[in-house]
Design a protein around this ligand. Sequence first.
Ligand SMILES: NC(=O)c1ccc[n+]([C@@H]2O[C@H](COP(=O)([O-])OP(=O)(O)OC[C@H]3O[C@@H](n4cnc5c(N)ncnc54)[C@H](O)[C@@H]3O)[C@@H](O)[C@H]2O)c1
Ligand SMILES: CC(C)[C@H](C(=O)O)[C@@H](O)C(=O)O
Ligand SMILES: [Mg+2]
Length: 372
Amino acid sequence: MKLKIALLPGDGIGPEVTAQAVSCLQAVEETFGHEFIFASASVGAVAIAETGDPLPEDTLALCKRSDAVLFGAIGDPKFDNNPDSKVRPEQGLLKLRKELGLFSNIRPVKVFPTLIGNSPLRREIVEHTDFVIYRELTGGIYFGEKTLSPDGTSASDLCLYTEDEISRIAHLAFKAAKNRRKKLTLVDKANVLESSRLWRRVVTKIAESYPEVALNTLFVDNAAMQLILNPGQFDVILTENMFGDILSDEGSVIGGSIGLLPSASVGERYSMFEPIHGSYPQATGKNIANPLASILSAAMLLEHFGLREEADAVSKAVDRSLREGIVTPDLDPKSKYGTDDVGHFVATHIADGEDYRGLNKENIGLGKSTII
Ligand SMILES: NC(=O)c1ccc[n+]([C@@H]2O[C@H](COP(=O)([O-])OP(=O)(O)OC[C@H]3O[C@@H](n4cnc5c(N)ncnc54)[C@H](O)[C@@H]3O)[C@@H](O)[C@H]2O)c1
Ligand SMILES: CC(C)[C@H](C(=O)O)[C@@H](O)C(=O)O
Ligand SMILES: [Mg+2]
């Protein structure tokens, strides 16, 4: 298969972890005989520094002419610590999601057997954790009208949803539940919010079309508690934008590190794959960031295009790195392995044990593949 993949490494640890994901994709390309054509472009604070725009037109154009986007992370403390900044890296990510119509954000949470001991929760609580969050990604409070009073003493953010926005991700979530353990939990705040009461009405109606899927509902405060009390109860969680953002980071703790959680963002035409973590500024350049979330996001990219054997090869190599203790310090504080060691190990074992050249953030996308 020939795939054109836009690389948007972004800020902070983004380039470091994305380089390892590309290295793994190149190992897949070589091992399974595919052709991946990579092209890098700027996004986030890096793009602001270059152009003043967190999502330059050239970057968006590259994404629209590619088959998929592999995204690193955006964000920089100089913007985080300046609430008056009119331009922010996050605007680039949100605009990209909206422009590409990526309304469904899929965030799987599972516990790797060798990491059960890493969880702050007891083994019997976490050992059966295997759920996926379907997060609505292009509506709600993220994209509603924002106001700031002229004197700067009051502000608001509108949470707006339409029936169509809810319906289209609900169908994807129900279909996923049909192919999993046939349970879907709608998480909302319908006891307070009108928008949540619309979610509940629309999803309850759609459930009638999926009689084999059991629907239950939880208010988001209770859901946050249930995630810790008994994560094994969940199969598919369907929720709106803000709640999905918060619950997925919480879910990452169950498995031992946010550095393990991948995501896929899909719409009618485009798709983007990225770790759920951010730019982790404190780790930039230290070679300590866990690249597995980015590597597993690349596996979700392969899965999305029907390359299941290839995706399995990546996941198996990741499992092997965890079993053999080739992990970054977030998983083992005494670890002597860095971001590049973990990426190289995984790539090598995808390429069936052959020694495979890795990439680093300087030469990302300059590997054997064609660059468009
Ligand atoms: N999708 C994205 O690009 C995205 C997501 C979240 C946050 N951000 C941005 O990132 C910046 C930092 O935000 P933050 O500190 O709240 O979130 P963050 O996810 O960058 O880091 C939070 C904590 O998670 C851990 N962590 C994150 N990534 C890790 C990795 N790969 N390996 C090991 N540990 C890891 C670290 O302990 C870190 O302090 C902000 O500017 C924020 O807006 C971007
Ligand atoms: C950086 C921020 C806009 C983003 C979000 O809230 O969606 C991040 O937290 C994420 O989870 O991808
Ligand atoms: Mg988040």
